[in-house]
Design a binder for this molecule. Structure first.
Ligand code: 26M
Length: 815
């Protein structure tokens, strides 16, 4: 055993219990009789880990021996969600663990609830990374996920007086049984200083970097288990630690406090996830984070993962680094630096290698979301990298000039370096120039990316641009989150769908089967009841049992238009209290919001305040009791999503057309049998094409119509003046009805809508109400509704992240 293969305990209740007690006694150092829930949770986690360990070690050996090309997924965010349930699912140990805990007198549900999810991401982009690594492990594709081990993930949201208050997320505080620190694999990362030129032995002029400070990166390894296939890939997250130099300073200098401050400074790099999504702030610490994890990751792969004397000219055969947005794009000049400065390659050969080693995914269309770093800051922090970027740019522009002589306009528009308002580096351009492929995340998005965001580049390199529509892992978001639906599906079509989601097509005939529809509806109802128990325990929220559950969960952003949802709610409420509609005639609806606002995003925070205020007023109003309810549970996260999405009847995907790159929540809802009310935006377009127009509630302007209206001069007040319902709705909101008579309290959101309305909520208001009337009409016909819901499930198999991964493998990674 000592030198042979690692063996897991047998998959029996007896062995599981024995392993668990062993972990409790010897790992945790407590007796069962004296153990806390947390002790038990940690011991259970470590027990499940034992069952993954042999596969992990074996996968590592295979990966080293096979020489297959590895996917190096570079992402500043991984929004993983809880690990225990997923590990139990991957190892097929759920039933055994249930029974084992029962035999120990332990309620396993309480242990599951004990886990604080690693919230190392903001939203869609971070969750996508987590889905992708899940799929690659399930498909047994070699992948290392590289990222940052933030000590504090996305903040915990609380509400005080209806306003968002952020609380630090100390996810590591109760122990972290899922990570394996490897201090012996530390990497040094340099910063600052200057460059100097020198002549090398062959008489070539070269540049070298003389940095002036550095930190260590300590890797923490996480298991990424494939679904019941024995593969366990690795997620390698870097944590910053002060180098010896800091300790020496402490030792030598009289100023002990200053020395410790310096240490704190270094370790700040991985302290906290920036809670901004889509509006980069250009903060120095953020650039430090980006370079820190990228430098560690490249070094790790080249020095520690490749064989000792690997010929780096063949690097593209062994690795493709996928850049998750521009956050890791500094990797491009970093690889050039390694090849040219450290390995002695000449520039052209290094550049040829480098471009083959990267591919770039863009996740946005908002111009303000494209990262730009001031040259002053970049040069101060990474002087050699700035030099390399300048040279990349110079040579690229010379190449463009040869193709388009005299077209200085074009050349300026394609420059990595912007000159106004200050000299700065456009990271999306650097990514595009330094990558073999560039992709958007849904068909419409990729088209707009080509036409609107990077038009000169897509003309210059037609072949470089492609689309890969996002996907989600059916393991976590159907099999785990919706056991009842999974059992029903498996009962009819077998279990193959979990790793081959297109098989859900086989459910289509059951849409016309009345017995199946009844069972399907019963699953939905049971999921609602489960959700209501969770909301009651978690937030003290009481909800009526028999109402349509209408859900909008996503980051709070003006372009996503939570305010439009609010207008619909207030409008429905206004119709009832004004007597225009009788409460008995309304379809009872419960509206659920989940949304975090970036702490510095003022309008988003005002919108949260207003939603909470409307919710409190409506929920307290006897006139609409059990007809309209509004719930806004605080701190929407992956854990809550797993309860909410399976319970939803209606999915709100109402962004202004042309603004949501893809969306992935939309896919999760469809796969769990919710119908979508949505605009012609992002992946909604593809969802509608697949499920069919009859099973999707479309409304709103198309992207070209948005453009046209903008060009004509959009005037939100004209809609206010001409639409009676809109006026009544806004007047009620503005009049202080929801804010105890305080008109000022709602003024910022209302005035913003009336005077700016940058995302044209008022223009789409009437279309939205009409679509909601169609929703009500279908919902009254239970059979028709359930039929549509089943067809949504049966036709959404395309949105598996396994399919996304196949597309990347075929079209981008050549692996
Ligand atoms: C940038 C700089 C500083 C701090 C944070 C950031 C930052 C972090 C996350 C910027 C953008 C971030 O994420 C953007 C994002 O989540 N985009 C979403 O990506 C999803 C997956 O492709 C899409 O489905 C969504 O439509 C898109 O909005």
């Amino acid at each position: 055993r000592a030198s042979g293969p690692v063996e897991a305990p047998d998959k029996t209740v007896e062995e599981f219990v024995a392993a668990f007690l062993n972990e409790l006694n010897f790992g945790q150092g407590v007796l069962l009789s004296r153990s806390t829930i947390n002790d038990q949770y940690l011991a259970l986690a470590r027990t499940v880990r034992q069952y993954l360990m042999a596969g992990w070690l074996e996968t590592g050996v295979q990966r080293r021996e096979s020489g297959r090309k590895t996917i190096g997924y570079l992402s500043a965010e991984y929004l993983l969600g809880r690990q225990l349930s997923n590990a139990l699912l991957a190892t097929d140990l759920q039933d055994i663990a249930d029974e084992a805990m029962k035999q120990c007198g332990i309620d396993i549900a309480a242990l599951r609830a004990q886990e604080i999810e690693p919230g190392l991401g903001n939203g869609g982009l971070g969750r996508l990374a987590a889905c992708f690594v899940d799929s690659l492990a399930t498909m047994d594709v070699p992948c290392i996920g590289y990222g940052i081990r933030y000590e504090y993930g996305i903040f915990r949201q609380t509400f005080e007086d209806n306003r968002q208050v952020e609380v630090p997320d100390s996810w590591l505080s109760l122990g972290s049984p899922w990570e394996f620190p490897h201090p012996e694999r530390q990497v040094r990362v340099d910063f600052g200083g200057r460059t100097e030129t020198y002549t090398d032995d062959q008489g070539r002029e070269r540049s070298r970097w003389i940095p002036d400070w550095n930190v260590l990166g300590i890797p923490y390894h996480h298991m990424v288990p494939g679904f019941r296939n024995g593969t366990v890939n690795t997620l390698r997250l870097w944590s910053a630690k002060a180098t010896q130099a800091f300790d020496l300073q402490i030792f030598n200098s009289g100023d002990y406090a200053a020395a410790v401050r310096a240490q704190t400074f270094a370790e700040n790099i991985s302290k906290v996830l920036y809670p901004e999504d889509s509006t980069p702030q250009g903060k120095e610490l953020r650039l430090q984070q980006q370079y820190f994890f990228v430098a560690c990751s490249l070094h790790d792969f080249i020095q520690n993962t490749l064989p000792q004397d690997f010929d780096l000219r063949r690097l593209p055969e062994r690795i493709i680094f996928q850049l998750n947005d521009t956050h890791p794009v500094i990797a491009i000049p970093e690889l050039m630096r390694i090849l040219v400065d450290r390995k002695g390659f000449d520039w052209d050969e290094a550049w040829d290698i480098t471009r083959q080693c990267f591919a770039y995914t863009c996740h946005t269309l908002l111009p303000e979301a494209l990262e730009v770093w001031s040259a002053e800051l970049l040069g101060r922090l990474l002087p050699r990298h700035l030099e390399i970027i300048y040279r990349i740019n110079k040579e690229f522009l010379e190449e463009v000039r040869e193709t388009f002589p005299g077209d200085e306009m074009r050349i300026r528009s394609m420059s990595i370096i912007a000159e106004h308002p200050e000299r700065s580096v456009r990271m999306a351009y650097l990514a595009t120039i330094g990558s073999s492929k560039v992709n958007g995340v849904a068909e419409l998005h990729s088209q707009l990316l080509r036409d609107k965001v990077l038009p000169e580049f897509s003309q210059y390199w037609t072949e470089k641009f492609t689309n890969v529509t996002n996907g989600i892992t059916p393991r976590r978001f159907v099999f785990l989150a919706n056991r009842r639906l999974s059992d029903l599906i498996t009962d009819k079509i077998g279990s193959g769908w979990v790793t081959d989601l297109e098989r859900l097509r086989d459910l289509e005939p059951y849409a016309d089967d009345a017995d199946f529809r009844a069972e399907f509806a019963a699953v939905k109802q049971a999921n609602k009841e489960r959700l209501f128990k969770v909301l009651q325990a978690r937030d003290g929220i009481e909800l009526p049992e028999h109402a349509m559950l209408d859900v909008m969960v996503k980051r709070l952003h003006e372009y996503k238009r939570q305010s439009l949802k609010l207008l619909h709610i207030v409008s429905t409420y206004e119709s009832i209290i004004s007597g225009r509609m009788r409460a008995e005639d309304a379809v009872p609806r419960t509206f659920v919001f989940g949304a975090k606002a970036a702490p510095g995003y003022h309008m988003a925070k005002e919108t949260i305040f207003l939603i909470n205020s409307v919710a409190a007023t409506i929920n307290a109003d006897e006139r609409v009791k059990d007809v309209l309810s509004v719930a806004f549970p605080a701190n929407y996260n992956v854990t809550l999503a797993e309860k909410l999405i399976p319970a939803a009847d209606l999915s709100e995907q109402i962004s202004l057309a042309g603004k949501e790159a893809s969306g992935t929540g939309n896919m999760k809802f469809a796969l769990n049998g919710a119908l979508t009310i949505g605009t012609d935006d992002g992946a909604n377009v593809e969802i509608r094409q697949l499920v069919g127009d009859d099973n999707f509630f479309l409304f709103g302007m198309t992207e070209p119509e948005v453009e046209q209206l903008r060009a004509e001069g959009y005037q939100p007040t004209s809609y206010y003046r001409s639409n009676d319902r809109l006026r009544a709705t806004i007047d009620l909101l503005a009049g202080g009805h929801f804010t105890r008579g305080d008109r000022a309290a709602s003024a910022q959101v209302v005035d913003n809508l009336l005077t700016q309305d940058p995302f044209m909520a008022l223009a789409d208001f009437q279309g939205y109400l009409d679509a909601q009337d169609r929703v009500d009409a279908v919902y009254r016909d239970t059979d028709a509704w359930t039929r549509s819901a089943i067809l949504n499930v049966a036709r959404s198999g395309f949105f598996s992240s396994d399919r996304s991964m196949r597309d990347y493998l075929d079209r981008i990674w050549n692996a």
